[in-house]
Design a protein around this ligand. Structure first.
Ligand code: FAD
Ligand code: NAI
Length: 462
């Protein structure tokens, strides 16, 4: 048994970043993790492995579609699935070991095993009870399935199973056109699967800017992904390693089926708090199961805090990280702040999709007068050279003050380009501030500047 200033339960991006910050601020810190490796969902079965497969399959797509045009000729690439999995596993290993190294470097103790909280100030791991002045729950989230759909991680898989399929399916049906469905659907589509996405709503990626939703879906369709929209999945039946998905079209209640070798269930995630003993402690939760916290991440029980996917807000690694740092800084007596209005979202398909701030729909709903500056990557020299001219940058700025209110990008490296706008928004910048900043040529970033110019007197290359 040991005494700590802070014990953090869960070593995902929320937990491990929080642990490092606590240690940097002089707090004696331990982290509890039940998995074999540190890094949580993100490093083990989320962000990192999915990005490895997206990268590998994008490279294949480039080789198949664009190499010959650049004069790169020779043997056609083929897929060694086992090797691709080995590459992905190696990337996971490098990252999880990296977190382990960071824990050691910062003198954070890893208490191995599943933790519970028998009482405020105590964390039990295995048979040992450790004392802590503060406990931070960073236990993350888990897949939430649908009634009538049983995930066996073989024929009917969650994202976790989809990252380690035994073979590339001939026919993949994805339930849900959200971030997971479209990223992993893209992977298998590029690797040769016939992919059909069945989505309840009439647009992909709920909550995103409507114009981006439409262009994004059209782009994915052009790449060969089939969509059944406005369709509520009723159930999945499996037989002999095959599956049949039944759905009902919302417009006329008609029922139809689609066959698959593999079904990916990507209909959202829910907070994971099993085994922590929250009910006995009286820790309050929302109807959706999220741990309720105040502005300092404190729960209603003194000395117990919560951050990341298990509390309210977007389920994103960087949101969890920022909360982890802020929670640590708060415990050390600082006055941290997370700006929830400037949390970017990125979908790592090709082209990438990125957004920050308000959508046009939100601005209309809020009655805010705004102007739109738009620039197509067709007018960007670098994008043309790189076969990446699909897409555009859209900047939204206040009509009266020119202050940037949001940005929506579909195009090459959108996930990197968005951060220029994030920084500008954090500084309360106007579109003109971006427009007057010199941008190197030839870069994709020029498209962001051009969109900012389009908010004023006009883009140059439009
Ligand atoms: P988690 O990462 O879920 O970590 C929680 C950890 O706590 C787990 O390791 C769990 O084992 C441990 N734990 C839970 N209970 C206990 C206990 N009682 N005792 C001990 N340990 C416990 N987000 C992005 O921003 N970008 C992406 O590209 C992205 N891609 C994703 C792809 C997929 C396929 C998935 C599923 C998710 C993706 N996400 C992405 C979301 C991202 O993974 C999560 O938002 C992020 O991991 C949340 O971090 P967290 O620290 O709150 O929880
Ligand atoms: P999601 O919430 O993004 O999408 C779920 C989709 O399923 C929605 O479009 C919803 O309308 C649809 N759906 C729900 N019920 C349905 C039904 N019965 N029939 C048909 N469709 C139905 O959830 P997803 O994709 O599972 O991702 C979970 C979380 O993981 C997200 O919150 C996301 O933030 C995070 N994530 C982030 C990534 C990134 O940042 N690049 C990548 C992957 C995941």
């Amino acid at each position: 048994m040991a005494n700590y200033d802070v014990i953090i339960i869960g070593s995902g991006p929320g937990g491990y970043v929080c642990a490092i910050r606590c240690a940097q601020l002089g707090l004696k810190t331990a982290i509890v993790e039940g998995r074999e490796t540190l890094g949580g969902t993100c490093l083990n079965v989320g962000c990192i492995p999915s990005k490895a497969l997206l990268h590998a399959s994008h490279m294949l797509h480039e080789a198949q579609h664009n190499f010959a045009a650049m004069g790169l000729k020779g043997k056609t690439q083929s897929v060694d699935w086992k090797q691709m999995q080995a590459y992905k596993d190696d990337v996971i290993g490098q990252n999880t070991k990296g977190v382990e190294f960071l824990m050691k470097k910062n003198n954070v103790d890893w208490l191995k095993g599943w933790g519970s909280i028998p009482a405020a100030g105590q964390v039990k791991v295995g048979d040992e009870v450790h004392e802590a002045k503060n406990i931070i729950i960073a236990s993350g989230s888990e897949v939430s399935s649908l009634p009538g759909v049983e995930i066996d991680e073989k024929t009917v898989v969650s994202s976790t199973g989809a990252l380690e399929l035994k073979k590339i399916p001939n026919k993949l049906v994805v339930i849900g056109a959200g971030v997971i469905g479209l990223e992993l659907g893209s992977v298998y589509s590029r690797l040769g699967s016939e992919v059909t996405v069945v989505e309840f709503l009439d647009a992909v990626t709920p909550g995103m800017d409507g114009e981006i939703q439409r262009v994004f879906q059209r782009t994915l369709k052009k790449q060969g992904i089939n969509f059944v929209m406005g369709a509520a999945v009723q159930g999945v039946k499996t037989k002999g390693g095959k599956a049949t998905v039944t759905y009902k079209l919302r417009k006329d209640d008609s029922e139809a089926t689609v066959d698959a070798d593999t079904v990916l269930v990507a209909t959202g995630r829910r907070p994971y708090v099993d085994g922590l003993g929250l009910d006995a402690l009286g820790v309050e939760r929302s109807e959706r199961g999220q741990i309720k916290t105040d502005g300092n991440y404190a729960t209603n029980v003194a000395g117990i805090y919560a951050i990341g996917d298990c509390i309210d807000g977007p389920m994103l690694a960087h949101k969890a990280e920022d909360e982890g740092m802020a929670c640590a800084e708060g415990l050390a007596g600082q006055k941290p702040h997370v700006n929830y209005g400037v949390i970017p979202g990125v979908i790592y398909t090709h082209p990438e999709v990125a957004n920050v701030g308000k959508t046009e729909e939100q601005l209309n709903e809020e009655g805010i007068d705004y102007k739109v500056g738009k620039f197509s990557f067709m007018g960007n020299g670098r994008a043309k050279a790189n076969f990446a001219s699909d897409g555009f940058v859209k900047l939204l700025a206040d009509k009266a003050t020119d202050r940037i209110l949001g940005a929506h990008i579909i195009g090459p490296m959108a996930g990197d380009l968005i951060h220029e706008v994030c920084v500008a928004m954090e500084f309360g910048a106007a579109a003109e501030d971006l427009a007057r900043t010199c941008h190197a040529h030839p870069t994709y970033s020029e498209a962001v500047r051009e969109a900012a110019l389009a908010c004023g007197d006009g883009a140059i290359h439009a």
